[in-house]
Design a protein around this ligand. Structure first.
Ligand code: ARG
Length: 586
């Protein structure tokens, strides 16, 4: 259904036109003085210049044309030329009734021209445990993906594993040192390699930091790792067999972790999948005259006249012929275009990689890897900091593993649930998991992605304030009243508001469509958070000054319950798009 501002605007346009003014002046916004009115139009002020008339005169003429319009309970001209409007209670109630009757989408239409979108998010590195640095990409990307899908786009999410590079050579080198007898290291071996991996995930997670530490101290060790990496990348069979073991073991573990976060990927492709596309891609760049040798390396210029900061050339191959992070990202675009031909690709990556992506995007467009009409978006996110304002660390000062972070939050939630003390242990644990995840995700998503934020476990897990648990409490409150009332279907309509707080709640509900489409267009989940926080507040105010179940007039009670049902539905839909769920009880 058409969103509320659009519906109002239609009427105001009609008003301007019939009063003889251009419709371009009929802009309508939410009021910035909610104490005076709900909506406003400032167009008469702008029209005054063109028509050489006092703004108030124009406003008066338009208002006159709208005087009998049933949409408004108030439509008045105020000096110097504002048009202030309130919707009639009947109109608002009919609008929200219609939302409630659309039991799946609550009035939100799909976009008229759905797009094919690819989202590159998560970006974990194989053989290294998931740490909090990967948390934001997963959380934000998942929400952008769910929102775009709900709006009707065809969306493919790709985890884009970091599975190519020195870390592989490091692991191989360390493994060779520890278990030189393994067949993978025998260059003359030409039989089948074992299907069982020669290490477990915990061994793998211990091997990598150990090797990485050694390589920093010992140049010979680092040299060996670089050679191993080179040999792996140039087809040494035993190493490639090891690589697939490393991948399998790692990916299984990553999947388990992402499951806990309720994050799922359609594709589990990695940097290594792009490698076969590199030679042809590079050849074409050379043939087309885009790539040239500079100081030994192969580069493509990507600076533009309008740049205010220097944008260095995009390096395609190092002087020793080795490929780079760039090369892999470009080659990844090659298969993405070939296999999926998306209308846009969205990268959800740490904002410190912004310049890098500027280079890669320009290079992709310039060399024709990505056609001009395909949109490449960089959604850069800031750092998750600890209370000291520095990147989040464990108490010992190490990198915090995602698993431990989640466990810590769950424990905190469990404590709180046990304090309230009405649940058995099993239910309490399940609930702590659900609510804990809401605390982490909402704590992240409620900030604009590009900003840094402070991970404050006490604040995030609090049931008061702008938090995940607060939203969940509100949903659970709605559910519990509905359960007590014992109704599950709602035939009648929602009636015009009976009180100020009910009017405010109904009005807030009308804004759902607009909030979602702006979150979708701007790839900005924080807009969904801001909306549901307002909605939850409006609901709780209504709840506190209304006797719902004790209401004697059956029609009014039925209307309240339907309003409650709609509020619950909108909130639950919104949190689903944010990537978490509500429990039955809390
Ligand atoms: N693996 C990378 C990292 O940990 C992130 C990958 C981001 N995506 C991309 N297409 N480059 O920093």
């Amino acid at each position: 259904m058409k969103e509320i501002l659009g519906q109002i605007k239609e009427q105001v346009i009609a008003g301007f036109k019939s009063a003889g003014y251009d419709e371009k002046y009929a802009m309508v916004t939410l009021s910035n003085r909610p104490d005076l009115c709900q909506f406003q139009c400032n167009g008469a002020m702008a029209a005054a210049k063109e028509y050489k008339k006092a703004p108030i005169a124009i406003a008066n003429e338009v208002v006159e044309k709208l005087a009998d319009n049933a949409m408004f309970s108030k439509c008045e001209a105020c000096p110097p030329g504002f048009i202030n409007m309130n919707l009639s209670d009947e109109f608002i109630a009919a609008f929200v009734s219609k939302m409630a009757d659309d039991t799946e989408r609550f009035g939100v239409d799909k976009v008229s021209t759905p797009k094919k979108v690819m989202i590159d998010y998560g970006g974990p590195n194989v053989a290294k445990p998931l740490h909090v640095g990967h948390l934001r990409s997963a959380i934000i990307g998942e929400s952008i993906k769910r929102t775009a899908r709900f709006m009707g786009d065809e969306v493919v999410g790709d985890v884009h594993l970091g599975d190519w590079g020195l870390q592989m050579g490091l692991i191989i080198t360390e493994l060779k040192l520890r278990k030189p007898e393994l067949v993978y290291f025998d260059e003359n071996y030409d039989g089948e390699y074992p299907t069982e991996a020669p290490f477990t995930i915990s061994e793998l997670e211990e091997i990598y930091p150990c090797a990485s530490g050694k390589s920093k101290e010992d140049p010979a060790y680092k040299e060996a790792a670089m050679t191993a990496t080179y040999e792996l990348q140039h087809g040494r069979k035993g190493y490639q067999a090891l690589l697939s073991h490393i991948l399998n073991v790692s990916v299984n573990d990553l999947k388990r972790n992402y499951e806990k976060l309720d994050v799922t990927f359609d594709l589990w492709k990695g940097e290594s999948d792009a490698q076969p596309y590199i030679p042809d891609m590079v050849q074409k760049m050379k043939d087309d005259g885009f790539a040239y040798i500079s100081e030994g390396a192969l580069v493509v210029d990507v600076k533009e006249d309008t740049d205010t900061k220097e944008v260095p050339p995009c390096m395609i191959l190092k002087s020793d012929g080795a490929s780079l992070y760039n090369t892999t990202d470009l080659a990844t675009m090659v298969w993405r275009m070939k296999d999926y031909n998306p209308d846009s690709i969205i990268y959800v990556v740490d904002k410190r990689q912004e310049l890098y992506f500027t280079q890669v995007f320009r290079c992709a467009k310039k060399t024709g890897i990505v056609p001009a009409d395909t949109n490449l978006y960089f959604v850069g996110f800031g750092t998750m900091n600890g209370k000291d304002g520095k990147p989040f660390k464990t108490r010992q000062g190490g990198v915090m593993r995602l698993e431990y972070l989640l466990a810590e939050v769950e424990e905190k939630m469990l404590e709180k649930i046990k304090e309230n003390g009405t649940m058995n242990d099993e239910d309490a644990e399940k609930t702590a998991q659900i609510v804990g995840l809401s605390a982490v995700k909402y704590g992240d998503l409620s900030n604009q992605a590009s900003k840094d934020y402070i991970f404050d476990i006490d604040r995030f897990t609090s049931a008061e304030g702008n938090t995940g648990p607060y939203i969940l409490y509100t949903i659970v409150r709605c559910k519990s009243i509905l359960t007590k009332a014992g109704v599950s279907s709602f035939d009648g309509a929602i009636l015009p508001a009976h009180s100020e707080s009910e009017r405010a709640l109904q009005l807030e509900l009308t804004k759902f469509m607009a909030a979602l489409s702006s979150a979708y267009e701007d790839m900005a989940p924080h807009k969904i958070c801001a909306y549901i926080y307002d909605l939850a507040n409006a609901f709780n105010r209504f709840y506190h000054d209304t006797k719902i179940l004790a209401e004697e007039d059956e029609a009014v009670k039925a209307s309240y319950l339907k309003l409650l049902w709609l509020t619950r539905g909108v909130l639950e839909k919104a949190i689903d798009l944010l990537g978490f769920k509500a429990p039955e009880r809390m």
